[in-house]
Design a protein around this ligand. Structure first.
Ligand code: FES
Length: 102
């Protein structure tokens, strides 16, 4: 397994998100939920919206286009019109850096 640096911890405040592009992967959305970091695909499974532009509340992100909600931890689509989950990734935090584990 390898690790790729995604961002620094201080680039994503608690309750916020950051859109990141890494070679060979679709755009990623990095979320900071009370100090825990999660990464899912940024592009909504229902359309082309960026989930980093959505509202974050109670561990969920709401798509800015049609208001589908996704669980940030599991990627699961919680409300219509989205039904397909967001892909999730394994994340590690070391030395104030956030890594994708592949
Ligand atoms: S593009 Fe996200 S719910 Fe439609």
């Amino acid at each position: 397994m390898g690790k790729r640096q995604i961002c620094r911890v201080d680039e994503v405040a608690p309750g916020a998100s950051l859109r990141v592009e890494l070679e060979g992967l679709p755009p990623l959305a990095v979320f900071n939920l009370d100090g825990d970091f999660y990464v899912i695909n940024d592009t909504c499974s229902h359309g082309e919206a960026s989930l980093c532009e959505g509202e974050i509340e109670d561990g969920q992100v709401e798509c800015p286009w049609h208001n589908a909600k996704f669980c940030i931890k599991s990627g699961k689509a919680l409300t219509f019109p989205a039904v397909e989950p967001q892909r999730t990734y394994i994340v590690a935090v070391e030395n104030d850096e956030v890594f994708l584990v592949e």
